[in-house]
Design a protein around this ligand. Sequence first.
Ligand SMILES: C[S@@+](CC[C@H](N)C(=O)[O-])C[C@H]1O[C@@H](n2cnc3c(N)ncnc32)[C@H](O)[C@@H]1O
Length: 386
Amino acid sequence: MESTQNKTRCPHSKKCGGCQLQNLDYKEQLAHKERTCIRLLGKFCRVEPIIGMENPYHYRNKVQAAFGTTRAGRIISGIYQSSTHNIVAVDSCMTEDEIADRIIVDIRRLLRNFKMTTYNEVTGRGFLRHVLVKRGFQTGEVMVVLVTGTPIFPARNNFTRALLKLHPEITTIIQNVNDRYTSMLLGQNEKTLYGPGYITDILCGLRFRISAKSFYQINPVQTEVLYGKAMEFAELTGKETVIDAYCGIGTIGMVAAKKAGQVLGVEVNRDAVRDARENAKLNRVKNIRFVCADAGNFMVDMANAGEHCDVLFMDPPRTGSDTAFLSCALTLAPRRIVYVSCNPETLARDLNFLTKRGYRAEKIQPVDMFPHTDHVECVVRLDKMN
Ligand SMILES: C[S@@+](CC[C@H](N)C(=O)[O-])C[C@H]1O[C@@H](n2cnc3c(N)ncnc32)[C@H](O)[C@@H]1O
């Protein structure tokens, strides 16, 4: 009988805790996720077989590493041990982009060469806290964000030059200052040290600009599968008024705009909305506009103004949506809701609300966006009952 152990079992797994399913082979992981979806969502309608990846390794286009110094004075970089601020030294990870991992290792080496320090969260002293790397898998463009505890960057130009010499594939370098005692990775202030301050990537045939603080799906291969299902479920004919709620940089709305009358995107993150507006221009999409607002407040305003919507796409964060949003969605009464979710538990809660108030779940499609972890993405089609 074939072993159920994953052949590339990770040496850091016990301390890191990020890949909860890495001891199962990939087929078993998919079966496990499918069972979770059926347990949580099966009461709403049939759950389709999960769509997995052909190559479920190094799929993450966004990699972040915490930097610190051991008691012996050695600089380390890696991942926080789950639920702690202890850094587990990791140079490569089976889920992360390999180019991004190599850049982070070289930044660590450069710190030593430049005699630069790492930030100490307890004393509030020191320089480098985190490094964030984002790579456009289609374009090859690479963003490096150096998150520092202080705005003062002594050897800035020489450091930037040395990094670019080692990694000419880097297209932009940003310094982000985060001097607060917080678990948030990025601070408010950022300064572009090299390049345009953003990268672009191509998804579903469209080009998207991505800033440091904007959300972009971390597995672009499966995102195309996910969005493909979302569009299939929406069954747009070219005439509809569509809302893309929690729209990020406008990806779902822009794909939908090709087949809709008009699209309105709403997103709370200002940088993401700026990206979304630029993305509409970049792709010459004229039938879309974006509003920077809390999605719940936006829906209340839409409902109060008696606005109309045929199809509502919603893709909230892991916490799911809220009652203000869902109640006003009922008032707007779109004939179809396409709900994209990265958390089947909050999805079940929100489906419970909607299916008790006039909507029926017609299709549920799990997509594996996060191999080796226990996270699973789903797209659901809900139709309004007459
Ligand atoms: C899971 S992401 C989805 C983004 C986009 N649909 C995509 O596929 O790339 C959720 C987005 O919701 C935004 N968000 C979180 N809370 C929000 C709120 N209360 N109102 C509007 N947007 C919110 C986040 O900034 C993030 O961009």
